[in-house]
Write a protein that binds this ligand. Sequence first.
Ligand SMILES: [Zn+2]
Length: 89
Amino acid sequence: MRDPNNPCLFCNINSKDLIFDNEFAFASFDSYPVSKYHSLIVPKRHILDYFELTNDELLACNDLIKKIKKKFKKKIKQLTVLILVQTQV
Ligand SMILES: [Zn+2]
């Protein structure tokens, strides 16, 4: 049986789920969404947690958040954006 974490599940993201990407990160739709535009921002570099992100990677992730907000704001008049960082330290 294939191990979904080896390579990690984000290395084989389905291209139809990809929303945006840049040098350090990409944005994709979640495979198990809890809301209509549930999206993930994923750094391209494999790191243990959020706190290992470099400042350049943080800016790249933030750029994707802003792009997603702009894209979905065109589709929903009253868009609520929840930004959640999931990490273990
Ligand atoms: Zn990976």
